[in-house]
Write a protein that binds this ligand. Structure first.
Ligand code: 0CJ
Ligand code: F3S
Length: 320
């Protein structure tokens, strides 16, 4: 194939969202302010490289707070925690830094509010995902998880007039709408969340991939296997017409055979993926003749979140 027909389409937006940026910085600041080790419950975000880099700096990742020594510092991950986890941390006198994304906290608030109003809440999300465990833990008696259309037949509610659906923040927008349509066939007065639970970053990355994929023989998504939003980008690319699509953590995972006969490679990354890994893939492709790179931009993102309150500088003269 002539070198000149080889090109890369680079999706924008891609990579870090505001919630991930804040969560990663929270661990870095905690290490700077308090010194190593700093404990982190679960992976701060679902990215192998981020976790390894922070581990090298002195973060210790644990599954549960009972692995953290009494009185030590523990950071809660971007995906959020249930009230039960907060209580366990308090019982062990842990000093907590809450890096839950504010957009996950918003879904928790919705769950609490509709549980208080005694709704049955149908939470669309992936069973076993940490975010879903945290949200469901806010109102276990009111929430039922709907992971796929297969679960719908098993849903039972007390009053079909008082049912609302909420969701995980990192789902496929199209698939979720299909699930909600199927739920509404069963419960015609099913209420929508007060605002979108699937977050702006998830939506924007899917829109960008959809714009790019029909022009691509191959789409590469940089992201880790357990990153829900990254995995969704592979699915969206295939549904939108990409010839093939693969999820990779690093450029070295690109199988040479994937590139056989390929002219246009699409490239994007999940919300938990640092840009340095995308640069690594661009370098890898350039060495093989894909030197021309065009950005496909579908939105500009400017949102940022303040650091967790426990890490903000204390105001001068504030009471101690
Ligand atoms: O749930 C979140 C707050 C998203 C965090 C960013 O992405 P990632 O890969 O850590 O998590 P997901 O598995 O939820 O996509
Ligand atoms: Fe938050 Fe969405 Fe990122 S929920 S952590 S802004 S993927």
């Amino acid at each position: 194939m002539p070198e000149s027909s080889k090109r890369v389409l680079l999706a924008k937006p891609r990579g870090y969202c505001a919630g991930v940026d804040r969560a990663v910085e929270a661990v870095e600041r905690a290490l700077d302010q308090h010194g190593a080790p700093v404990y982190v419950r679960k992976q701060i975000v679902h990215n192998v490289h981020v976790v390894e880099t922070l581990r090298e700096r002195g973060a210790i990742f644990v599954e549960e707070t009972d692995e953290v020594p009494e009185g030590a510092i523990v950071v809660f991950s971007a995906h959020g925690v249930s009230p039960a986890v907060r209580e366990q941390a308090q019982q062990r006198n842990l000093r907590t830094i809450d890096a839950t994304c504010p957009l996950v906290t918003k879904v928790h608030q919705e769950a609490k509010r509709f549980a208080r109003e005694d709704y049955d809440i149908l939470l669309v999300g992936h069973e076993g995902h940490e975010e879903v465990e945290g949200t469901a833990g806010e109102a276990p008696r009111h929430i039922q998880l709907v992971d796929s259309a297969d679960d719908i037949a098993g849903v039972s509610v007390r009053d079909p007039e008082k049912v609302i659906w909420l969701s995980q923040t990192t789902l496929s927008v199209d698939e979720t709408m299909q699930t909600v349509d199927a739920l509404r066939d069963r419960f015609p007065t099913l209420q929508n969340p007060p605002s979108d639970d699937i977050c702006y970053a998830t939506q924007n990355r899917q829109v960008a991939v959809k714009a790019m994929a029909p022009h691509c023989d191959l789409v590469l998504v940089v992201g880790s296997r357990n990153s829900s939003n990254s995995v969704r980008l592979v699915e969206v690319a295939l549904q939108a017409g990409a010839g093939a699509a693969h999820l990779i953590d690093y450029a070295r995972e690109i199988d040479e055979s994937w590139l056989d006969g390929v002219e246009t490679v699409g490239l994007t990354s999940g919300a938990s993926v640092p840009e340095v890994l995308v640069r690594g893939v661009l370098d890898h492709l350039a060495e093989r003749g894909w030197e021309s790179v065009e950005e496909v931009t579908t939105a500009e993102e400017t949102l940022t979140f303040a650091l967790p309150r426990e890490l903000r500088p204390k105001r001068a003269g504030a009471a101690r």
